[in-house]
Ligand binder design. Structure first.
Ligand code: SAH
Length: 331
């Protein structure tokens, strides 16, 4: 029976992954400072103890008292994103993680660690600090760069993962020096989007004129698509690179409509009016949850706005990828 500390818990993607992995154990404590995320977490896991506080205020003694043997965490990724300034260890948002890295030498009960971050983390100074600390404290570790599309999920979200284990006697997994980019199991082709689509989606999800002006940079998905782009915090704010949009029309209709629209200037009324025919819409928060492999019964409370939902989802994790990694870590 494992006892788990979930740090930077957000909306509980790690918690969902733990449940999905069907391993024996419980989340003893979750910690996050985002009150909206915490509200969503508690709504879905009313029985789990969740603390709204800064991780930097945690002491080794407190953690020892919790009697946990595992830590699951996804520290802030903004310091390492390509869109950000890549301030690495100079970004104050890494302070709490650097604090934890230093605290590790005092956490004698911790046997298992899973850490998630963005692609780009692997070449950071903070990564080196983290790995050095794992080594110094007797952990064996494995780094991964994985995308949900490789585990049968029709969504891209290339992320860095590190799993680490203090005692490796009996660990079935054979670790490698290099970063692993695919899991041993064959997951087959991702399902089509049809499985996750909602019916009777409200008009509020249709793209507005401002975004339709940017129609030429949109990534469009169809019912039978087996892929979609990574959803980020800015989804629905910006058109480019923040996540895919959906249409009931088929490729031929889209191509024809775009051809027609592009005979007009993109800032003209005609361009936008022509494209409206396609009824391009955003994926709803519920659909995005499914693309991130959250369980069917996962819900947002009704007072959380749609914008807040997308922001929280953009920060969260793919549940399936993490549950597969947990199986490897605890094998
Ligand atoms: N895995 C989470 C998301 C992690 S995003 C999920 O599934 O949703 C990083 C989270 O860390 C954010 O929710 C942010 O509020 C939280 N966070 C950042 N710095 C923190 C700190 N110093 N103490 C506690 N929480 C922090």
């Amino acid at each position: 029976m494992h006892r788990i500390l979930e740090l930077y818990s957000g909306i509980g993607g790690m918690h969902c992954a733990w449940k999905e992995s069907q391993l024996d154990g419980e989340i003893v404590l979750a910690i996050d400072i985002n009150t909206v995320a915490n509200e969503v977490y508690t709504y879905n896991f009313p029985e789990t103890c969740l603390s709204n506080r800064n991780i930097q205020s945690l002491t080794a003694k407190e953690i020892e008292k919790l009697n946990v043997n595992s830590v699951l965490m996804s520290p802030p990724c903004q310091p390492f994103t390509r869109n950000g300034k890549y301030l690495d260890e100079n970004d104050p948002r890494t302070n709490s993680f650097i604090y934890l890295i230093q605290l590790l030498s005092e956490l004698n009960n911790i046997e298992y660690i899973l850490m998630e971050n963005v692609k780009g983390f692997e070449r950071s100074t903070v990564r080196n600090l983290f790995i050095d600390s794992l080594k110094a404290n007797g952990f064996s570790y494995q780094e991964f760069l994985l995308c949900p599309s490789k585990v049968g999920v029709p969504n891209s979200r290339l992320r860095y993962y590190c799993i680490a284990r203090r005692s490796i006697s009996g660990w079935h997994f054979k670790r490698k020096e290099e970063i692993i980019t695919s899991l041993p199991h064959d997951y087959g082709l991702p399902n089509t989007l049809e499985d996750i689509l909602q019916t009777d989606v409200q008009d509020m999800y249709l793209l507005n004129d401002k975004l339709l002006k940017r129609a030429n940079v949109l990534d469009i998905c169809y019912k039978h698509s087996r892929r979609s782009c990574c959803f980020t915090k800015a989804y629905t704010h910006y058109a480019e690179g923040t996540g895919s949009v959906y249409t009931e029309a088929n490729e031929q209709q889209v191509e024809k409509c775009y051809k027609m629209a592009n005979t007009f200037d993109v800032s003209s009324k005609h361009f936008i009016e022509t494209l409206k025919e396609l009824k391009l819409r955003f994926f709803t928060p519920c659909e995005v949850l499914r693309l991130m492999s959250f369980p069917q019964n996962y819900k947002f409370p009704s007072n959380v706005t749609t914008k807040q939902c997308y922001r929280l989802l953009g920060n969260s994790v793919n549940v399936k990828v993490i549950s597969e990694l947990l199986k490897i870590l605890f094998d």
